[in-house]
Unconditional design. Sequence first.
Length: 170
Amino acid sequence: MTLDKLMKKLSGGDESAFEQVYVQTRKTVYYIALSIVKERALAEDVMQNVYLSVLKNAAQYRAGTNAVAWIARITRNEALKTVKSRDRVSYVDEEQNLHMFGTQQTDDYRLLIDLAKKILDEDEFVILMLITASGYKRREISEILDMPLPTVTWKFNCALDKMRKSLEEN
C-alpha cells in the first residue's frame, strides 16, 4: 500500500496503518534527524517525537500530497527544536566513552557514517544517506527535500568526492 493511502487511513483514525508508515519512513526520518542533531541517540529521540507528532497530527495530513515530504518537514522541525534546546543539556559522547555503552567494537559502516557527519554539510549528508542507505532515487529526494534535481545531483557528487578524498588521505 502506498504511503499516501496509509496516511489517509491513519488520518481517518485507523492506527493499524501506523506500523507500515513507520516501516516506509524510518530510515528517511533517522538520517534527516541525524544530519541535524549529529548524535545517534539524539536522532533516535527525535524519531520518537516525530512519530508521536505524526500520530497526533495525522488528521492534518492532506491526502494526495507528498507524505514523505510532510513527515520530513516534521522531522526537520523537531530536530531543529531539539538542537535549540540541547544547549541546556550535557550529553556523553559514545566514541569517547565506549565502556559506558558496553562495547569496544565499531564496524566499518558506522565509521563511514561518522566520517560523513564530520566532513559533509547537512544537505550533503542527508542526500548521501538517503541515496546509499535508504535507496531513494535523486528525483524522490528532490521532492522530499523540496530541492531542484540538479542541486540534489550536484550535492551528492560533492559528498562522494569529499568522502573519497578523505578516505584516500587516511
